[in-house]
Design a protein around this ligand. Structure first.
Ligand code: GAL
Length: 331
């Protein structure tokens, strides 16, 4: 009797183990452009943590701003059998190749923060980047509705650089047309780095140019511009807007040399992305997409979250209270 019992139970247990074991962890391949800037370090940590929280595995590769390297890394992840790819593209157009390769292997792709243009990318999770540009320009032009403006946005390989610029002009164009605002610098940079804006501003100031307000695409570019202003004792006298709520930028705001930054809800962006990735891998449609965005080829289902202006008065109410930055970091 005992023997018969084992004959029945052991295969039964084996089948159960086989079935439960089949539901292995969702593997999410994450292709990052670069993690040298503070904000991307945060994204990276959050990708790892959130994937763990949602019982998935994040496999992260960083391309150091090289589109060819990113494509190779994509191939590696595709061959390793990831269920979903999340891409922060090094290049808005070239990354379309990643989508093609992923789709050939039946792997869906989520475009994170930056949109992959002219491709069949499946989903897009970001903030409203035109609105971010508008928030920045609106804030500075309310303080200085007349004057010389410098516009320094990011690289032309990043769709967000164009969206920010569009947002700036949405606000500034009527003032430009009226002759109240003059755009004295209108530059895209190669990367998003401080030295680039430092060189642009230094050249301009060395040439005797005058400026009242600087719209910078991110806090690194704002920091570089402030460095150049400092050499001419103009820091604190010129309005400066950045983006990303980097610790250094918040310190500059406290010190009165940067006017505002924009706080993007990175934790929510990462959560929305990983949550969607897990659903997609389970064969379900992600329920959190709330808009579609045209990428030149298709209307991409997207989530665009809200960003906030951080100024000297609301630092505690925004980035500190949300736990994005600690008070300790500000001292
Ligand atoms: C952009 C992003 C900015 C900034 C920048 C620097 O795509 O919109 O918030 O982080 O990258 O990497």
């Amino acid at each position: 009797m005992k023997r018969n019992y084992f004959l029945f139970v052991i295969p039964f247990l084996f089948v159960i183990t086989l079935f439960t074991g089949c539901h292995s962890k969702t593997k999410i391949g994450i292709l990052m452009d670069n993690t040298s800037l503070e904000r991307w370090k945060k994204d990276r940590e959050l990708f790892e943590k959130t994937a763990k929280d949602l019982k998935a595995e994040a496999i992260i590769k960083v391309a150091d701003s090289k589109p060819d390297v990113q494509l190779k890394q994509a191939e590696e992840l595709i061959n390793s059998g990831v269920d979903v790819l999340v891409v922060i593209p090094c290049d808005l157009v070239k990354s379309g190749e990643i989508v093609k390769k992923a789709h050939a292997a039946n792997i869906p792709v989520i475009s994170y923060d930056r949109l992959i243009k002219n491709s069949n990318v499946d989903y897009y999770v970001s903030t409203d980047n035109i609105n971010i540009g508008e928030l920045q320009a609106d804030y500075l032009s309310k303080i200085s509705p007349v004057g010389n403006y410098a516009l320094i946005t990011g690289p032309t390989t990043d769709n967000n650089a164009f969206l920010l610029h569009l947002g700036w002009l949405n606000v500034l164009q009527p003032l430009i047309d009226r002759g109240d605002i003059k755009v004295v610098i209108d530059d895209f940079t190669d990367f998003w780095l401080p030295d680039e804006s430092y060189q642009i501003m230094k050249k301009f100031l060395d040439g005797g140019g005058t400026v009242d307000a600087i719209l910078a695409g991110n806090d690194a570019l704002a920091t570089g511009a402030i460095m150049a202003l400092k050499e001419y004792n103009l820091d604190g006298k010129v309005l400066v807007a950045g983006q990303d709520a980097d610790v250094n930028a918040i310190r500059n705001i406290v010190a009165g040399v940067q006017t505002i930054t924009i706080y993007k809800p990175i934790e929510s962006l990462v959560y929305a992305t990983i949550n969607a990735a897990v659903k997609i891998a389970d064969g379900k449609a992600p329920s959190n997409m709330n808009i579609t965005v045209f990428n030149g080829k298709k209307l991409v289902p997207a989530i665009l979250l809200k960003s906030q202006v951080v100024n000297r008065q609301n630092i505690k109410m925004t980035v500190v209270s949300e736990g994005f930055i600690t008070e300790k970091e500000l001292n």
